[in-house]
Ligand binder design. Structure first.
Ligand code: GDP
Ligand code: MG
Length: 168
């Protein structure tokens, strides 16, 4: 079976662990548990009759040190750059993470910009248009999701798998 490493990047508390757990285990936790070390989980997606295994690497503390450790990005084929739509600071940092991962990974890399927590409609601080514009400036796809409400999370990983299968 084809298997691909997917890394999840973005500032602390944007929901990287929540998005990964929603997709892999279909669960949601209200607590923020800081992920220490390189945690990875796998999930298989069947597209057009053929199975694709995604090896999802959740944060390994790089959000605290603003650094990505080589173990984390080595052989990565896709990166999700996540921000929180209720937190403008995390949106501002998305370009930093995008540039950083592009610098580190030299081979072909599928990139997707992800705005999380769209269930928090009244405290939204980043518009869909702003997210779209940033993604467009990097020439990458954009998706808004909610790990809590389970909105667009499966769609997000299906998109990742499709882009990976399509190749560079
Ligand atoms: P990480 O540091 O990026 O891994 O963020 P976490 O996944 O630990 O989430 C940080 C906090 O945001 C936790 O309290 C989560 O319950 C909460 N959270 C994550 N995703 C969502 C979401 O889609 N909607 C809402 N309302 N809260 C979320
Ligand atoms: Mg985490």
């Amino acid at each position: 079976m084809q298997s691909y490493k997917v890394v999840v990047l973005g500032d602390g508390t944007v929901g990287k662990t929540s998005i990964s757990l929603r997709f892999v285990r279909d669960t949601f936790n209200h607590e923020h548990i800081q992920t220490i070390g390189a945690a990875y989980m796998t999930q298989t997606i069947v597209l057009g009759g053929s199975a694709t295994k995604l090896e999802i690497w959740d944060t390994a503390g790089q959000e605290i040190y603003h650094n990505i450790v080589p173990l984390y990005y080595r052989n990565a084929r896709a990166a999700l750059i996540v921000y929180d739509v209720t937190n403008r600071g995390s949106f501002g940092k998305a370009s930093f993470w995008l540039n950083k991962i592009k610098e580190e990974v030299l081979g072909p890399l599928v990139l997707i910009l992800v705005g999380n927590k769209i269930d928090l409609t009244t405290s939204r601080r980043v518009t869909t248009e702003e997210g779209e514009a940033l993604a467009q400036s990097f020439g990458i796809p954009f998706m808004e999701v909610s790990a809590k409400a389970s909105t667009n999370v499966t769609e997000l990983f299906v998109k990742v798998a499709q882009l990976l299968k399509a190749g560079p």
